[in-house]
Design a protein around this ligand. Structure first.
Ligand code: C2E
Ligand code: MG
Ligand code: MG
Length: 436
């Protein structure tokens, strides 16, 4: 039977639509998907979950009222793209979903890469261009519950953000297995912590001019059922339920302990950075607890650096500033992680007493470097250095990427070009001979 608007569309009312945009809310969207399923047509579609990159920043710049206006106009643009037998949903804030015919999937991805909307700011017309981070799932025959049209592409979106650092990701079986682990993560976390199933790997930071080891980042791994599970598979879940804090304190403790053991073995240590999730900022004592852990371990404070990522949320921004400045007062170094990945702003350099800026790999994650990127990168690096902030670039894998960042003024590199994250035993060898 041919599908048309009359047999799939869901009645629009305040239980099925989002109040701001009038698009389907989660309930209306799922009803639409159920109808497609009943007609046996669901597998003709790709399910999308997407949000607007840096939308928090846009809200900050224009204020919430104009922010809402932008969302409404964005929704209108989406509406104009979809065909009668397709649909788009709005789950709130800047989170959207869509069911698009598979043949139009790539066209929709292209569409989402740049949507222009016009708004009035103080009576002046302004054009704002929005690009989305996109997760998608080519729906197959094996749908085990209708909510999968939301959950599967959303897993792909998390994958894009945490693992590949790209703007789009298509759900794969591999990712679905990761999603499957979600329950496992929640149920097994505390036992795993108690059983010491979490390990710290160390990824070298290398001065590419001197060819010398100058530091490392501690990265957590979970040895579970014989596998080394990467953090992207469990950190988002722990962040959602707030348990990440336990893990981050644990990783810091273990790192301090490893440093002490290296020194006892006669090795000369380097500074190791440790990641703290922004969710950890909920703990008002975070900075003091970090300081206590380092002091109790007996190692020099200079040997630890705390990595955090930037935020677009106003309130969180203030909390982050207090946290960084408190650590500064306590003599603990900090680094801004993933700088330039969409959430960071230059005001960070002015407001925060940070020691290091870690430039995100998205700057170099390309085959042909744009001269615009080079100008931006060179300027950021120059500014940071003049402010006394050290700069490092992450994710350098190739020779051409290395020379690109060297030309932009950055010598310190963390990336596969020199080393992958190493287990403690292999990292000791690097400490023993620091030359590359
Ligand atoms: P991150 O802090 O930005 O860490 C860098 C990630 O990039 C690591 O992935 C590292 O293995 C990877 N990487 C390094 N060089 C290259 C390269 O040349 N090419 C590519 N493709 N990748 C490279 P990993 O270990 O999977 O960690 C992913 C993220 O998980 C980290 O990103 C960090 O945000 C988070 N994470 C890791 N350990 C912890 C932890 O103990 N606590 C918290 N809260 N987050 C952690
Ligand atoms: Mg990091
Ligand atoms: Mg990073």
């Amino acid at each position: 039977m041919a599908l048309d608007k009359s047999n799939v569309s869901v009645q629009l009312n305040n239980r099925t639509t989002q109040y701001l945009t009038g698009l389907y809310n989660a309930s209306g969207y799922l009803q639409f998907a159920s109808r497609l399923e009943r007609f046996g047509r669901l597998s003709d579609y790709t399910a999308f979950f997407f949000n607007i990159r840096g939308f928090g920043m846009i809200n900050q710049k224009y204020g919430h009222k104009v922010g809402d206006e932008i969302i409404r106009k964005y929704a209108d643009k989406l509406r104009s793209f979809v065909q009668p037998q397709e649909c788009v949903g709005h789950l709130g804030e800047d989170n959207f979903t869509a069911l698009i015919l598979k043949g139009r999937r790539d066209l929709f991805v292209y569409f989402l890469s740049r949507v222009g909307v016009t708004v009035y700011v103080d009576k002046h017309k302004e054009q704002v261009f929005l690009s989305a981070s996109v997760g998608m799932w080519d729906i197959d025959e094996k749908v085990s519950g209708i909510r999968e049209v939301i959950s599967r592409p959303s897993v792909a979106l998390i994958h894009a953000r945490y693992i590949t650092h790209k703007t789009t990701a298509l759900a794969s079986t591999d990712m679905l297995n990761r999603d499957f682990q979600k329950k496992e993560v929640v149920e097994n976390f505390h036992t795993a912590l108690g059983n010491e199933e979490f390990f710290v790997f160390y990824q070298p930071k290398v001065d590419s001019k001197k060819r010398l080891l100058v530091g490392a980042e501690g990265l957590v791994r979970w040895k579970h059922d014989g596998d080394m599970v990467p953090p992207g598979a469990f950190i988002p879940t722990l962040e959602q339920n707030g348990e990440i804090l336990f893990l981050d304190y644990y990783v810091l403790q273990r790192t301090c302990n490893d440093i002490r053991l290296w020194m006892e073995a006669g090795l000369e240590p380097v500074t190791i950075s440790v990641n703290f999730s922004r969710k950890d900022l909920m703990d008002a004592e975070l900075a003091d607890n970090i300081n206590n852990i380092i002091e109790e371990s007996g190692i020099d404070k200079n040997l630890i650096e705390i990595e955090v990522t930037e935020t677009v949320d106003d309130e969180e921004h203030g909390i982050l500033a207090d946290f960084i400045n408190r650590l500064y007062m306590l003599g603990v170094k900090t680094a801004i992680d993933d700088f330039g990945s969409g959430y960071s702003s230059l005001s960070t350099l002015r407001e925060f007493q940070v020691h290091t800026l870690k430039i995100d790999r998205s700057f170099i994650n390309t085959d042909d470097f744009s001269w615009k990127d080079e100008i931006i990168l060179t300027d950021i690096i120059r500014m940071a250095k003049r402010l006394g902030i050290e700069v490092l670039t992450e994710g350098v894998e190739r020779e051409d990427q290395l020379s690109f960042v060297n030309n932009a003024g950055c010598d310190v590199i963390q990336g596969y070009y020199f080393d992958k994250p190493l287990c403690e035993e292999d990292f000791r060898k690097r400490l023993d001979n620091k030359n590359y």
